[in-house]
Design a protein. Structure first.
Length: 263
């Protein structure tokens, strides 16, 4: 794991040792597959958190967002909510929710570009550009094409209709170019209270090859986030000092449980 939670933040009370946790921008629709032949509304949430640990939640704002379908971009209208940074905390942070209506067949590539946050332990800003693919009404064309984000994971495995145990393959791009030998962090959105036997199990890690490809076999059902730790952001000032900006490409997929009776 690479994210060091600094003392003096909302999570100071959680730190009993110098532990590290992975930050993930969560972008989660109510479903990744919409069937039928009528316009359907889904719900989407965006939250900045530590998925496996269940928090803390951290503040952020959305600079840009949209849904790209059949080459056309549609707007997402977000509503900001204020939630506790941790359960029962007096410190409040923002998250966002939206209702989105799918009207036509196609693969909907939902994305958000959040503001960059400053990580004092690493002396850099980090910006996590995030996307999720939703299949609309049986149309599957387009999921393997980039949508032009500065930091982007382009799947080679169809990113919906996945079983647990499927191997997910992707290719990482930064500023339009394949990213060789970059770290890809993987976390489970832990809604079931799964306990890790040691810290090393919380964030799984693979690296891209010389052409930017990576793969990971999803061990059990649920939502899984992939975060490629990148580069290429424009430097920014903080307190009169210029710092680098790391661009991370984040993508979420959902794995479904095996049918009953299947081993």
């Amino acid at each position: 794991m690479r994210r060091i939670l600094a003392a003096g933040t909302v999570v100071t009370a959680l730190l009993t040792s110098p532990a590290a946790f992975a930050h993930f921008m969560l972008l989660k629709p109510s479903t990744d597959i919409v069937e039928g032949n009528r316009a359907t509304t889904i719900e989407i949430e965006a939250r900045f958190t530590h998925p496996f640990e269940g928090g803390p939640n951290m503040p952020f704002k959305i600079l840009e967002s949209g849904a790209v379908v059949n080459g056309h971009r549609e707007e997402i209208h977000w509503k900001k909510e204020i939630i506790p940074a941790v359960k029962d905390s007096n410190r409040k942070v923002s998250m966002y929710r939206a209702s989105f209506r799918l009207k036509r067949p196609g693969v909907y590539s939902f994305f958000i570009v959040p503001d960059a946050y400053f990580e004092p332990a690493e002396e850099k800003f980090i910006q996590q550009i995030t996307k999720i693919e939703v299949e609309g009404f049986g149309m599957e064309e387009g999921w393997s094409r980039p949508i032009g984000l500065k930091a982007e994971i382009v799947p080679l495995t169809r990113p919906f209709g996945l079983w647990e145990g499927n191997t997910f393959r992707g290719r990482v791009y930064f500023n339009g170019k394949p990213a060789a030998n970059v770290r890809v962090e993987i976390e489970y959105l832990n809604t079931e209270g799964v306990k890790a036997p040691a810290d090393a199990f919380v964030t799984q890690v693979v690296r891209t090859d010389k052409d930017g490809y990576f793969e990971y076999t999803i061990p059990w059902a649920g939502w899984w986030g992939f975060s490629a730790i990148g580069y290429g952001g424009k430097k920014r000032y903080k307190d009169g000092k210029l710092y680098p900006v790391e661009l991370d490409a984040v993508m979420w997929v959902k794995a479904y449980p095996k049918p009953e009776g299947v081993k």
